[in-house]
Write a protein that binds this ligand. Structure first.
Ligand code: KG4
Ligand code: ZN
Length: 343
């Protein structure tokens, strides 16, 4: 079966083709960073308008890359939520148009399920069950992934997501949006021990996180230096932030691994592309004999390959709730606030 995947939940437009026998055939992403960086964050209206321009050329591109025709597609998987409503409508509308015209099923996918399954796009792949740490711009969660479609939420952030914390602190340090990757670059020049920052919730036995206090602590620290802060202090602050966030994530992940007794561990989402974080996790988990898996770099941030893969796996498992007789599906829905517990 050949599945077309579509993603437009936030500021990346993606299309991909996944074959149930051959694996990923092709994928393409268009990032809107250039549009949003002038505003310091995603502007929803501009994001949804750009998705409209990008999505059909991207579908054509992945078909061409795969040497395929739209008539070769057997099903369409698309991100139905969570995300920005106006953005979700774009992939959903295109999915429905193709589904009706071609009389093929469309499969709504939870964006976070795409992230949880993204390590299955690379080698070596983790076996089920595994623990997943999702660290993206919108979410920070520890999830027990039992199997396709079977997820238990173990803990999550009580305030800012970890990517959001990176972005907000990067802004305080005068870096451009999205700040995560720029902060990582700046941190390479700094000393993580020069400035000590608080580690919220580490002594609490639960698996929840909190990052908004960290942002306030950095803000207050900046105020103690004469303005504007010099480059050495900026680099030390960036290094301390990266070190503190990574440590918080490691402490809670080890707690979750001990609690669940899982042997396989994955880190997914945009922040998972941070090389310092990857290295520190490998070091910390070595004594536990935990197998650690990462998606390849281009599948950490938002993409449609993970959505097409999730669609293929759901169809394979018979988990598709959509009526496969497309003519019965006169309505479609988007779920901007879809909770993973209601999957
Ligand atoms: O998964 P993603 O593409 O989008 C969401 O679904 O939210 O994650 C984007 C987030 C942004 O906050 C970005 O700053 C962060 O991932 N990010 C990083 C790095 N690369 C991207 N954070 C830290 N270090 C990086 N190298
Ligand atoms: Zn995402």
């Amino acid at each position: 079966m050949i599945i077309l995947g579509l993603e437009s939940s936030c500021d990346e437009t993606g299309a991909a083709i996944f074959c149930t026998t051959k694996g990923l055939i092709s994928h393409a992403v268009h990032s809107q960073i250039e549009i949003h960086k002038n505003y310091g964050g995603v502007v929803p209206e501009l994001a949804s308008r750009d998705h409209i321009y990008r999505i059909i050329p991207l579908v054509k591109k992945v078909l061409k890359l795969g040497n395929l025709d739209i008539n070769d597609i057997d099903a369409i998987a698309y991100t139905a939520g969570p995300g920005l409503a106006g953005c979700l409508l774009i992939a959903t509308t295109i999915a429905q148009a193709i589904s009706w015209a071609r009389e093929i099923p469309m499969v709504p996918i939870h964006h976070l399920e795409g992230h949880f399954l993204s390590p299955l796009l690379s080698e070596p792949k983790p076996n089920f069950p595994f623990l997943s740490l999702l660290v993206s711009g919108g979410h920070t969660q520890l999830i027990h992934v039992h199997d396709i479609g079977k997820y238990t939420l173990l803990g999550e952030t009580l305030d800012d997501a970890v990517g959001e914390a990176f972005d907000k602190i990067a802004k305080l340090l005068g870096l451009n949006y999205p700040g995560g990757a720029s902060l990582e670059k700046l941190a390479k020049l700094g000393n993580p021990d020069a400035i000590v920052l608080p580690k919220p919730l580490i002594y609490k036995p639960n698996l929840d996180f909190s990052f908004s206090g960290l942002k306030t602590a950095v803000y207050k620290k900046i105020k103690t230096f004469s303005s504007p802060i010099n480059d050495n202090i900026r680099a030390d602050l960036a290094a301390a932030v990266q070190y503190t966030i990574t440590n918080l994530l490691i402490i809670k992940s080890i707690k979750a691994l001990k609690k669940t007794k899982l042997q396989n561990f994955t880190i997914v989402g945009g922040v998972g592309s941070n090389m310092f974080l990857r290295k520190e996790f490998k070091k910390a988990l070595k004594p536990m004999n935990t197998n650690i898996f990462f998606p390849s770099m281009n599948f950490c941030t938002d993409n449609a390959a993970m959505i097409a893969l999730a669609g293929a796996k759901r169809i394979d498992k018979g988990l598709v709730s959509f009526d496969l007789n497309v003519k019965n599906n006169k309505y479609f829905d988007i779920k901007p606030r879809w909770d993973i517990r209601n999957l």
